[in-house]
Write a protein that binds this ligand. Structure first.
Ligand code: GLA
Length: 781
């Protein structure tokens, strides 16, 4: 990159990152014409990039009688209004005394160093990077009495540009906003496919592709949260894009509430992309002099395919989204008691689990839901975080001290935004719940929502959660949210259409007030798993529980989906018991670890029933993870191109060292010969590739055991049962050598079990099998 981050030359606005350029210009009528978003361009005359117009368009509406060929419908625009001849979707819908007509024309601009603070929502921060700069372009519609400011921030180091919109009422009557998109991007169509991350509870963030074609495609959430239905982040792939080549655009929002993205392809070959707050049931009255500001949208571009795009988004999250207190800080290995004990709590049991967890190498012990008074199932107690003397007779601090004595940190689960009707809080403050006057509030998981539009409720939460953390000596909090928004009426806002958004604004303030003064407390977000996996929450939390689904075969899909936009340091992943509680699928312990290692590792397991073999295996897993933790959490992540849909390839690290995971969801008879490509290693340098030693449980072999055992065993019998608890076969004894360019071409792996016998170096993958390969420089050894 040769020039400044933002340059304004005459009417030309040039925004540059390390390897991308975003250009727009002022037209002769005062509109902002988008010129280019793509590979870096040195500053120069931009005429080649503007839309050419010689004559008017058939059935077009001319903007000005003096210039019949100036038709807004065919110009790529940074923003648009209603009623001026642009019939594509408008990013703004505001009712004012003269109707819905808006025509925003240039009024001025200013450049600012760093970022521009948002009055009510979190935004990306500059961090320690001097090359962060912002541009505000103000446009005005004097007749409507409105002023629109577009705020751009360029994060040159990570190739990201953010955008948001601020609307001010400069008239003398109240206006009402029904839509104010954060982002509008008009691009020439490159045969785009849109990739979105969709799903639901226990099947979040599955990637889906659809071609962008005539008409409008939209995704969004109406649940009050970013939701497990459609993540606010999505990708646009040009027709030739793959993991390591082609043009890819990425869009995301620093927002945790209901959102909407729309992609419209028009008849002129232009694709309009918008993203912002969900307009359904959203209304924001603006009194004279007042302003409203949209959440911040995040944009990235890569001409190095999906992998390049993910790398930019990951570096951006690490440098500009993750709160400074967690930036680059390794996440601890967690034990969470949820799947082991559910609501069945007593200190003795928890301590016995803690002792076992500490021996395995766990660093943080978390007591999940059920620890507090009145909570023996999910029908009661939520809202009253007072310690239950029967469950913890000597109190929480005595318990956390015992955990600390075992060499671990202590963490706690809370769900502060919610209450059970059967709770002291609901009985004392029935007026604190969201409810439509005259209607009984709807319940989800037997719980109602606190009215966070009420400042008194917010103060209470700040005080209550703060006290719980301090008094209990906790250094980790899992903040849950287990239902969607309903009954969105609050007497504390001027219009019911403000409720859902004000809830998110106030939640942000509550999180800031609790956690900013307690930098030693690690915050993990959760919402029935990944129901709130978004950049809005990641401005406060180090990581997010990705899914209540701990089956690794399901997790492959979920974690791969999230990896398009979110780095592994934000994805919380646990090893749990098999058959899995969500699917009844049986998976090897090695694969459960191999998948969870590509994230923030934890265990969520009834440790009382571990066999000696499993204990040994888990201890080795945790040791291995700690050794490579920095690479797993902060190394460059790549998804390998998948030769078969049942195979996943994940790589972390590059250059001197890397780890590659090879995952096989389902086995085929006489499996194909697998090739393992390893990217980003140095040409000419010799490397050693070694499979992480893992254990093959004897009971996985069934009858086959009699082909290797000196004595005949009944595969389902007692002897076999006892033997497999204490003995296993070494699995994954593989070693290869090659230079960087050979690794890039792909190592041909040893053969898989093919029904013809067993050999020590054979890959015994079967269904759900996997291997981690550790790649190191041979000349370093
Ligand atoms: C949600 C979370 C789980 C667990 C339970 C407790 O489902 O996602 O991890 O904390 O709540 O009720």
């Amino acid at each position: 990159m040769g020039s400044a981050v933002i340059e304004v030359r005459g009417g030309l606005f040039l925004l540059s990152t390390r390897s991308t350029s975003y250009w727009f210009r002022l037209t002769e009528h005062g509109h902002l014409e988008h010129l280019h978003y793509g590979p870096y361009l040195p500053a120069q005359d931009a005429d080649a990039l503007r839309v050419k117009r010689e004559l008017e368009h058939g059935s077009g509406v001319a903007y000005s009688p003096d210039d019949p060929a100036y038709c807004l419908d065919v110009i790529p625009l940074e923003t648009s209004g209603i009623g001026q001849g642009d019939y594509r979707l408008s990013p703004i819908e505001v009712a004012h005394p003269l109707g819905f007509d808006t025509d925003f024309v240039y009024a001025g601009h200013r450049l600012l160093d760093g970022t521009v603070p948002h009055p009510t929502l979190p935004t990306a921060e500059a961090g320690e990077h001097p090359d962060v700069q912002s541009l505000e372009v103000t446009l005005a519609d004097e007749l409507a009495g409105l002023e629109l400011t577009l705020v751009y921030t360029v994060f040159a180091d990570t190739d990201v540009i953010t955008r948001r919109a601020r609307l001010r009422n400069t008239g003398d009557a109240t206006a009402e906003i029904a839509r104010l998109a954060s982002l509008q991007l008009d691009l020439p169509d490159r045969g785009f496919t849109i990739r979105t991350l969709d799903g639901g509870w226990i099947h979040e963030a599955h990637a889906h592709d659809r071609p962008v074609s005539s008409g409008v495609f939209s995704i969004g959430s109406t649940t009050g949260a970013s939701s497990n239905r459609h993540n606010p982040g999505f990708l646009l792939l040009s027709d030739d894009a793959g993991e390591d080549h082609g043009w890819v655009y990425g869009v995301n929002l620093v927002y945790s509430g209901s959102h909407e993205a729309r992609v419209e392809r028009d008849a002129h070959g232009s694709v309009r992309v918008q993203s912002g707050i969900q307009p359904q049931a959203f209304r924001w009255p603006l009194a004279p002099g007042e302003a409203f500001e949209s959440p911040e949208a995040v944009l990235a571009f890569s001409d190095e395919g999906l992998g390049g795009l993910s790398d930019r988004m990951h570096r951006f999250v690490h440098a500009h989204i993750t709160p400074a207190r967690y930036r680059g800080v390794e996440r601890p290995v967690v034990y969470n008691s949820w799947e082991a004990t559910y609501f069945d709590f007593d200190e003795k049991r928890q301590l016995s689990l803690a002792k076992q967890a500490a021996k395995l190498g766990v660093e943080l012990f978390v007591i999940d839901d059920g620890w507090f008074a009145g909570r023996s199932d999910d029908t009661a107690g939520l809202g009253d975080y007072t310690v239950d003397a029967k469950k913890f007779p000597s109190g929480l601090r005595a318990f956390t001290k015992k955990v600390e004595r075992l060499g671990m940190r202590a963490g706690i689960w809370v769900e502060p935004e919610m209450v059970n009707a059967d709770s002291d809080l609901a009985r004392t403050h029935p007026e604190w719940m969201l409810r439509v006057p005259g209607k009984a509030p709807r319940e989800g998981r037997h719980q109602q929502l606190l009215d966070l539009c009420n400042p008194e409720v917010c103060d209470y939460l700040v005080d209550q959660v703060g006290r719980l953390i301090d008094d209990g000596g906790f250094t980790y909090v899992k903040w849950d949210m287990n239902r969607h928004l309903s009954d969105a009426y609050s007497p504390h806002v001027a219009h019911p259409g403000m409720t859902a958004h004000r809830f998110v604004e106030n939640l942000s303030a509550v999180l800031e007030r609790i956690f900013a003064p307690r930098p030693h407390v690690l915050l993990e977000m959760c919402s029935s798993g990944g129901n709130r996996f978004d950049l809005g929450m990641l401005r406060f939390a180090a990581m997010i529980w990705a899914s209540d689904d701990t089956d690794p075969i399901e997790r492959l899909e979920i974690q791969q989906g999230l990896s398009y936009l979110y780095p592994l340091s934000t994805i919380s992943a646990h090893v749990s018991a098999s058959p899995h509680q969500q699917t009844l699928r049986d998976t090897p312990l090695s694969t459960r670890f191999n998948v969870a290692a590509f994230g923030c590792l934890g265990y969520e397991y009834d440790l009382d029933f571990l066999t000696a073999e499993e204990r040994r295996e888990i201890t080795e897993q945790i040791e291995f993870y700690k050794l490579h933790r920095r690479t797993f959490q902060f190394g460059r992540f790549r998804r390998g191109a998948r030769p078969r849909p049942d195979r996943f390839l994940w790589q972390v690290g590059e250059g001197d060292a890397a780890i590659v995971g090879n995952f096989q969801r389902g086995v085929r008879a006489a499996p194909e010969r697998d090739v393992l490509p390893i990217a980003g290693m140095r040409p000419g340098i010799p490397y050693r590739i070694v499979a992480r030693p893992q254990r093959l449980s004897l009971d996985r072999l069934g009858h086959l055991i009699n082909h290797v055992s000196p004595v005949r065993l009944d595969p389902g019998g007692l002897v076999m049962n006892v033997v497999s608890k204490h003995r296993s076969l070494p699995d994954g004894v593989e070693e290869y050598r090659g230079t960087g360019e050979m690794l890039d071409a792909g190592i041909r792996l040893n053969m898989q079990f093919s029904g013809t016998g067993h050999h020590a170096s054979m890959r015994m993958l079967g269904d759900h099998g996997s291997t981690l390969y550790v790649i190191t420089r041979e000349d370093d050894e």
